[in-house]
Design a protein around this ligand. Structure first.
Ligand code: DAH
Length: 516
């Protein structure tokens, strides 16, 4: 026996050996069903064993398509009562000519069948239509008593229930063509028949002799107790074996990353807060010392709401203080913006353009020392591109206490990004509500460039004084989608909102994430 053949035989699964044995006995093509019978296997096992033998070149599996014909309810009615054109012909045979308009009445057929029937009378050349009259032809006269091929086939199917299209005589094949051209009479079920035959290489193995030895797939308590395990043959594990794909439910990656961010801040001792998405310009802009003619407030950047077009302002005291700070700087030592502050502008309803308003609201209600963060959706009038969306998420945070300074702020941000696996750098920046101010950037290797992820700074006295805060406040606001793009390796931000099930399935579940 050749070494190669011995190796192949040894590696055969017991089902593969059984399929080969079944072919040995019959010596010609057999069906999987035959093997099911002779080897006492189930059909799935036979098919998979045959498939794997075929891939090794030991058997050939031939597939033949077969069409099984059966009648639809309409088809069955026609097979019993006759096709509409047959019914028309019977009456036409007696009357020879019938005016087109009277044909329904004369035959008692419904309008739909009259239409079909007349069409087929003409198509089969059993009648002609001439000046509004339906007239029988010679072929019509001749066909009067003889069923045609399509009708014969219809009857055959009615009698036999269903028939296979493969063995139809040629004449009936033509009948089938006719019936196929009428919609909804016949049901076609396609089935695939398999036949399995041995190849030369397979025959070589059979000639060398294949011994079938039952293999144990599991070691049981019984095997151990009775010491039977000593004599059993065990099948080795095939770690390369194919396995069915499995797609358990999992969290959307953006949601997962937001939860990851939430956990980082919770672990750093921050409290979580929330604020409304529909905000007043007052909280979104004014109390952040953003002047009323600031570019960010323009319609091109901010979504203003029609209904409700105005929102409640907080109590008079705070409103007056904010007005004063804008107009002349109040007690802050600043000159303010030197204009007349307008309450109506502050009342306007907007979709919040950042989450910094949540921090302002929180400071109004909670005395320092405090550490607060919030995660939420913000809105800007951006044209949608691969890196811009009109709706996205930010994580915002503040730390307020007597000893807090700008360096602490940079430390917190460094720590946060480090926990997410990024190294961050800081650039000087400007925001109306902070001084000092900075922008955080992380390095993107594949682009060989730094990308901007958010802003941060120490809230200005013009923000803090009206809110009644006397300690320094370090604040930051960071975009989430861009981080997600980098982490997930996607080039288009829209992917995050696309529900592309193929992509979502392939994404790994990240380790260490709390899924409940
Ligand atoms: N609100 C800014 C934005 O949306 C980000 C920001 C900058 C938030 C500085 C802050 C801050 O809290 O201090 O781009």
């Amino acid at each position: 026996m050749s070494k190669e053949n011995t190796r192949i035989i040894n590696e055969l699964h017991i089902y593969e050996k059984k399929v080969l044995k079944a072919l040995e006995k019959s010596r010609q093509s057999i069906t999987p069903e035959d093997i099911v019978q002779s080897q006492n296997l189930d059909i799935k096992s036979v098919m998979s064993a045959a498939g794997s033998l075929a891939s090794k070149g030991l058997v050939k599996v031939q597939k033949d398509m077969e069409e099984i014909l059966s009648l639809s309810p309409d088809g069955e009615a026609f097979a019993r009562d006759g096709l509409p054109e047959r019914k028309l012909l019977e009456i036409l045979y007696l009357q020879k000519n019938i005016p087109m308009k009277d044909i329904g009445q004369e035959t008692g057929l419904n309008p739909k069948d009259v239409k079909i029937g007349v069409g087929w009378l003409v198509r089969k050349k059993w009648a002609k239509i001439d000046q509004g009259m339906v007239k029988i032809t010679i072929l019509g006269e001749e066909s009067h008593k003889t069923p045609q091929i399509d009708e014969k086939l219809l009857h055959m199917i009615l009698e036999q229930g269903e028939i296979s299209s493969i063995n139809l005589e040629e004449e009936l094949q033509n009948g089938l063509k006719l019936l196929k051209s009428r919609k909804g009479l016949i049901n076609f079920d396609k089935i695939t028949n398999h036949t399995i035959s041995i190849t030369k290489k397979g025959q070589e193995l059979l000639d060398e002799g294949i011994i079938i030895q039952e293999e144990a797939t599991q070691l049981t308590h019984h095997h151990l107790k009775t010491r039977k395990w000593k004599n059993l043959t065990y099948r080795g594990y095939d770690v390369q074996a194919e396995y069915p794909e499995f797609h358990p439910g999992k969290m959307h990656p953006l949601r997962r990353i937001m939860d990851e961010i939430r956990n980082i801040f919770l672990n750093m001792g921050f409290t979580e807060s929330r604020g409304p998405i529909l905000e007043s310009a007052f909280w979104n802009f004014d109390c952040l010392f953003q002047p009323q003619d600031h570019a960010a407030r323009e319609m091109q950047d901010t979504f203003y709401i029609k209904n409700p077009s105005t929102s409640w302002l907080p109590g008079e005291e705070l409103v007056d203080k904010v007005k004063k700070v804008h107009e002349d700087g109040a007690q802050t030592g600043s000159e303010g913006w030197c204009y007349n502050w307008d309450k109506d502008v502050a009342r306007q309803s907007v979709l919040r353009t950042h989450t910094t308003c949540v921090s302002a609201r929180f400071l109004k209600e909670n005395p320092p020392p405090l550490k607060m963060f919030s995660i939420g959706r913000v809105f800007r009038r951006e044209t949608i591109t691969y890196k811009h969306l009109p709706e996205f998420n930010q994580v915002e945070g503040i730390v307020a206490a007597d000893e807090v300074n700008f360096r602490n702020l940079l430390g917190i941000l460094k720590e946060f990004y480090k926990k997410l696996g990024f190294e961050v750098r800081f650039r000087p920046a400007y925001f109306p509500y902070t001084y000092l101010s900075t922008e955080c950037e992380i390095y993107l290797e594949e682009k060989e460039s730094w990308i901007e992820l958010g802003g941060a700074g120490m809230f200005r006295p013009e923000v803090l004084e009206p809110l009644g805060v006397t300690t320094p406040v370090a604040a930051f606001g960071l975009g989430i989608e861009r981080l997600a793009m980098i982490e997930l390796g996607i080039k288009d931000i829209r992917m995050l909102y696309k529900s592309d099930i193929g992509w979502l399935r392939k994404l790994p579940l990240k380790k260490g994430i709390n899924l409940d």
